[in-house]
Design a binder for this molecule. Sequence first.
Ligand code: ZN
Length: 491
Amino acid sequence: MARYSIQNNDTPDSPPEHRRFDRKTVGGKTTWMSSKIQERAHAAAKAATEVAVHIANPATAEAVAQEMIVPERREIVSHIKRKSEVPLPGEIQEVEPSTTQINEDALIYIRGVVSQAIEEGASDVHFEPKREMYQVRIRVDGVLHKVEERSIEEYQKVLNSVKVLADLDISEHTIPQDGHIELVQEAENTKGDEKHYYDIRVSSFPSVNGEVIVMRILNRANALLSIEELGMDSEMLEKLNEALMTSFGMILITGPTGAGKTTTLYSVLGELRNDEKNIITLEDPIEFHLDWLRQCEINPERNFTFERAMESVLRQDPDILMVGEIRDPHTAEHAVQSALVGRIVGSTIHANTTIGTIARLIELGIPRSIVGHTLNAIIAQRLVRKTCEKCKVIYEPDRKVLKHFGLEKHVGPFFKGKGCEACDNTGFKGRTGIYSLMTFSDELRNMLFDQKPLIDIYEHARLKGMKTLQEDAAMKIFAGITTAEEAARVV
Ligand SMILES: [Zn+2]
């Protein structure tokens, strides 16, 4: 007799707008069910004479049982994995427990690892199988730290449980998969019952020793830094605010991967947010789920590319459009067109500097005059670790490094963290941005219309007070916000 198990981590309060869930009303009860669960239930019902349903939410389990499985095969069992609930006798069908089931111990373990990672302020958690052990590493402030090593024997359970939680296909081991977990964490040490919501992007990748799991932790609260919280000085903020007081045009954020471009872009959108405005985002993938945005995910596998999305999104009547990234001539052209017809377009683009961004747009086929007409602001940025406030001491940085920032003549004092418990002996705690902001005066626009060389445009912007990344870094080094060595890593 073939037996199949269907598993899911539906929660009773899965929100209606959650993209992976469909609403089902069964027997007067409404529940939310992911389409994958429905597909699997159908497939299992066809293939098996018995189907076991292992689902966190009783209402969903009931709905699967009643609606999804053909009646003549309804030897269905709903099983609730919550510890407090004692299953009724005969209610549970064990189906190859070692390989196909969510393992309770593994769940508690994963939850513990992720909670610890969140407490440490990690952005990523890696589960990496080796030959005899698997290791867990977390990335804090951009640097990977090993947390522990455990026996490879336990890995299969951990791997399966993560995959089930993230709605990945547990029978597939040979191709990379992407999924998503939502986590609600009760905050300790705070008054009341504060809750933090995390979106965790899960990706599995096959390696010779088994599948590697990487979880990217995205705190929704962090996703919404106000522009004042980004770490720009007051003069730069004033200029940015001025540039945002516009009814059309482009705001571009540039920098290497991991420079915090998306966070800045969301902050800008947050600043432009207004109940009378329709804000639509096209993202690949969606990094943060925010309910005041209409977020759409690009899906190249289904041929829903940036290009196609851009072609049709204007019919959705946006006032403000966020495009995850401008990376090809078509996306660039559509972004510019949208700005020309009176929309505000925010996007990221791969370049190193503000002037490099203009060069990149020209390279992507946008005429200089149009660049001059549509751009409102370019922000170039990098991320640096902040010096730990708890263990800050005066020190003498390498003069060569100081020279890089034009600080060689300064006597200091300069500060670094000497390492303490609060910063895990790294001397750093948290991160901030290093920025260069280019805004567009009429003079600058005219220079672009007149086809002036980019070097002239750069010099004009400098004359009008545009800071370079080095200058912004120098200010932050001098203020003891970060160290010269740390800034030299990225600027
Ligand atoms: Zn410290």
